[in-house]
Design a protein around this ligand. Structure first.
Ligand code: NAD
Length: 354
């Protein structure tokens, strides 16, 4: 296997990146981790308090589009692997403001690829891997049956997924053109601790606790596959260490849910925990106008990852969702902090300030 000794993680102050850093640092005592993150509204150093004093961890505040900064970090840290999480990640925001998605997700990826190529070709490190974190949304939408495989053509429908698909194609090009040892993972929807409350599950948990309406798009029948964020982190680590350069792997939980069923589940689990009567939280549900271009169904076939590298999820959804709800209940201070200020303005604009 490939054994990294100095890893550059981008976007490590976000939801998935921070969870990845926690598990990777703990499981890899022989590896340093540098986290490059410019701390947008979605980046929060409070996600990383448990590792901030670890001598193998370092945070650098900066932009992935800053080529000279990226080059300096790669060189000074003798980085032999890059795991690229940094992105604009929220579909709704990409509909109202696509430009930043192209800048961060496409241009930012190109800068990282280019600086990684120079660093790798300089021979500064004996071996090197570049791992691009992507999403099943690059494949577009499915009907009631079928699954996305790694061979499914890219057919992104939102500015967010289009920018991620553009980045994935650049990664492919760097492998095909320069022979760079790239890897690309495409994962389904994640849930778990440190998830920013603009996304479905934490938004529902937060609004139920504060007794606010629960906005559900359209008829609520859109289907998503859900994976616990720590399972995603474990899959990424497996691919980084064991996958052949140039490969693409889907990551998924085999765990399809209609949005409305997830909302009902979260409502019911919180009825019990908040001492409310059965069905009380469901009365907060408020259907809202559908998101334009809303993909109907995503379902991912992650069998290649199981077959080639033996990876499968460790969490059952029952355990994962219950633990996630309990984490939010125990971390209300974190929620209050990330939902103050700029987020409040965004929420008012999106849902009319209810
Ligand atoms: P997030 O929005 O929680 O975090 C993104 C992080 O990137 C933030 O810390 C932000 O500050 C940082 N960032 C943004 N622009 C930057 C820039 N120009 N320079 C440096 N840092 C920058 O996102 P997430 O949900 O943790 O997603 C991480 C990655 O995983 C993304 O690439 C996303 O496309 C992908 N992904 C997410 C999901 C999901 O369900 N959340 C599923 C599959 C794939």
């Amino acid at each position: 296997p490939f054994k990294p000794t100095s890893l550059l993680v981008t976007g490590g102050a976000g939801f998935i990146g921070s969870n990845f850093i926690h598990s990777f640092i703990a499981a890899n005592p022989g590896c340093d981790v540098t986290n490059l993150d410019c701390l947008t509204y979605a980046g929060n150093l409070k996600n990383l308090t448990a590792v901030e004093n670890n001598p193998r961890y370092r945070f650098i505040k900066g932009d992935i589009c800053d080529a000279s900064l990226v080059a300096t970090i790669l060189k000074e840290r003798s980085a032999d692997a890059v795991v690229h999480f940094a992105a604009e990640s929220h579909v709704d925001r990409s509909i109202t403001g696509p430009e930043i998605f192209v800048r961060t997700n496409v241009l930012g990826t190109q800068v990282l690829l280019e600086e990684s190529r120079r660093h790798w070709q300089s021979g500064a490190v004996p071996d090197f891997r570049y791992l691009q974190i992507s999403t099943d949304e690059v494949y577009g939408s499915l009907g009631e049956t079928g699954y996305f495989t790694e061979q499914t053509p890219l057919a992104a429908n939102s500015p967010y997924s289009a920018s991620k698909a553009g980045a994935d194609l650049l990664v492919r090009a760097y492998h095909e053109t320069y022979g760079m040892p790239t890897l690309n993972t495409r994962c389904s929807n994640n849930y778990g601790p440190y998830h920013f409350p603009e996304k479905l599950i934490p938004l529902m948990i937060h609004n139920i606790i504060t007794k606010k309406p629960l906005p559900v798009y359209g008829d609520g029948l859109n289907v998503r596959d859900w994976l616990h964020v720590r399972d995603h982190a474990a899959a990424v680590e497996t691919v980084l260490k064991h996958a052949a350069p140039g490969s693409v792997y889907n990551i998924g939980g085999n765990n399809e849910w209609k949005n409305i069923d997830i909302v009902h589940l979260v409502c019911d689990l919180l009825d019990a925990r908040l001492g409310r009567s059965a069905g009380e939280n469901r009365s907060l549900i408020a259907f809202v106008k559908d998101r334009p271009g809303h993909d109907r169904r995503y379902a991912i076939d992650a069998s290649r990852l199981k077959r080639d590298l033996g990876w499968g999820p460790a969490y059952t959804f029952e355990r994962g969702i219950a633990e996630t709800i309990d984490w939010y209940l125990a971390n209300q201070e974190w929620v209050a902090e990330v939902t103050s200020g700029a987020y409040r303005e965004y929420y008012t604009q999106q849902y009319g300030g209810k």
